[in-house]
Design a binder for this molecule. Structure first.
Ligand code: ME8
Length: 495
């Protein structure tokens, strides 16, 4: 695995704090975290951004329903998002709230750029608006007169509005798609958008006058900016647009988002950037939706929203991180099932990995006085680790395949122990076998660090070593004579 030092900028969507954090948010942050950590593992200079999308009519109305001012409401709900980030070990480099001054400044600056470029004009908007999506709909795009995402009848709005000349950028956008085959991944999603782009793009209403929870339009303070223009520009604010950090990290290497907000990221966002004279992001990666065990959408009214903080406390963050990445092919929808979680934790984390470490440490204590013996890692065992394949998957955002491939090696080490019958060996042969196992476990800990960071740390600690990333994924680097430190079992079985 050769690490080439590059910059890598990855973002999650910024979540609406109109309610508390849910498992879908946790899934997006976890998978993005694995990618960010994998890039740090490779030695890339990585910036990982996440945060909250605090403005808009939906937040204002929900706050009012709760008898609160939007600013207080947002602050209160933000706590659960911060708790998630901490408890699930999300390694974001910054956390943005769109209510911050630094963001107001950038959002207004970008709006001004569009205006200065002649792409903003005043008109009147008359049409349908879904507050849940914070999006405009055409009659023909509704399902039985309702928003296809939220199954709610949209509101008819008629008000003065500024418009953005999105139609002007259709050809440029199509060219960008053509020249950047990985702009939208997985490829099925790219096709979906290209299909929709066969129809002419309409100009976009980008301001509202009928409520005030948002950022003011710089050229006319009676208007507030459409919440999606405000929200999308967070990706620039958080890397300090237009200064040094922005120059280093932009364009974003990956915006990781859910399928419901693809249009905003793959059509509206690049058009805004074209107009502002900024390059579009390199990849918009679309993950699937996490549904309930029976395959239904999580729903507040049905009481089926899964609270990631509660299940995190129950099972531990690494178990959930492992389960979500391993179980659900990245890019596809999946159901969250505690029964399947239990199976994977017990069989894979507790048995395959936890027992492997435990057996290794016990044998080092028994046959080598608690010290890593001198030795060389078995050549045949070395061949069981396919680093190239792992990296190939990870580079294509196939996190589930990357993790499965690492697991093949975990199981190869288990097989090695059973086949070698270390307890029957003597002298140098026994030392070499013990060394092979502990040295392999050291590499496994480095490879698993992006996925299950606390567990990886614990494995390294018990082996008396530390985690050093891709450069440490070579055999025969474990130092002989180091004391092992027997600790707690890695994973307790779930009853
Ligand atoms: O859309 N499973 O915020 P949001 C997986 N503020 N992912 C899910 C999910 C589920 N069940 N439910 C939601 C917004 N998501 C905007 C984004 S970005 C400039 C502005 C994903 O809180 C969803 O697809 O509704 C999105 O990527 C993210 O969670 C935030 O959703």
């Amino acid at each position: 695995m050769i690490a080439i030092k590059e910059k890598f900028y990855i973002t999650t969507a910024i979540d609406y704090p109109s309610g508390l954090v849910h498992l879908g948010h946790a899934y997006e942050k976890t998978t993005s975290d694995v990618i960010a950590r994998w890039n740090r593992f490779l030695g890339n200079e990585t910036f990982f951004a996440t945060g909250l999308d605090c403005h808009g009519l939906k937040i204002q109305r929900t706050a009012e329903k709760n008898g609160m001012k939007p600013a207080d409401f947002v602050k209160k709900n933000a706590e659960s998002f911060h708790t998630l980030v901490k408890e699930w070990n999300i390694s974001n480099d910054d956390f943005i709230m769109t209510t911050e001054d630094r963001h107001k400044k950038v959002a207004q600056e970008i709006f001004k750029k569009l205006n200065d470029n002649g792409d903003i004009y005043l008109g009147e908007y008359e049409g349908l608006y879904c507050t849940e999506c914070e999006a405009y709909y055409l009659e023909k795009d509704l399902k039985d007169g309702k928003c296809p995402v939220h199954d709610k009848v949209p509101e008819l709005i008629k008000e003065e509005s500024y418009f953005f000349k999105m139609s002007k950028y259709q050809d440029k956008l199509l060219k960008y798609f053509e020249e950047n085959k990985n702009f939208v991944l997985p490829l099925g999603k790219r096709k979906e958008i290209l299909n929709r782009l066969k129809e002419p793009l309409k100009d976009l209403s980008v301001s509202r006058t009928s409520f005030d929870w948002g950022i003011k339009v710089p050229v006319n303070e009676k208007h507030i900016m459409y919440v999606w223009i405000d929200a999308l520009t967070n990706y620039l604010t958080i890397i300090d647009y237009p200064n040094e950090k922005f120059k280093k990290f932009w364009p974003a290497d990956a915006h990781v988002i859910g399928t419901d907000i693809l249009w905003f990221h793959s059509v509206i966002w690049p058009c805004i950037l074209f107009s502002a004279g900024i390059d579009p992001p390199k990849t918009v990666f679309v993950h699937g939706f996490i549904n309930t065990e029976s395959g239904d959408k999580m729903s507040k009214s049905k009481g089926t929203v899964i609270d990631p903080i509660e299940i995190g406390k129950k099972y531990g963050a690494d178990s959930l991180r492992y389960f979500l990445v391993r179980e659900i092919p990245f890019g596809q929808d999946g159901n969250f099932s505690e029964a399947l979680l239990k199976e994977r934790v017990n069989n894979e984390l507790a048995n395959d990995l936890g027992n492997l470490l435990n057996r290794a440490i016990v044998m080092v204590e028994k046959y080598s006085a608690g010290k890593i013996p001198a030795g060389k890692t078995d050549e045949n065992l070395q061949k069981e680790l396919n680093l190239e394949k792992i990296q190939k998957h990870m580079g294509k955002f196939e996190l589930h395949h990357g993790l499965s491939e690492i697991w093949l090696f975990v199981n190869a080490v288990n097989k090695f122990i059973n086949d070698k019958k270390i307890w029957e060996l003597k002298g140098e042969e026994q030392q070499n076998a013990l060394y092979s196992i502990t040295d392999s476990l050291r590499i496994i800990a480095n490879l698993l660090n992006p996925f299950i960071p606390s567990t990886a740390d614990e494995i390294a600690k018990q082996l008396g070593t530390s985690l050093e990333g891709a450069n440490a994924c070579k055999f025969n680097l474990l130092k002989e004579g180091t004391n092992v430190n027997k600790g707690e079992v890695l994973f307790k079985k779930i009853e």
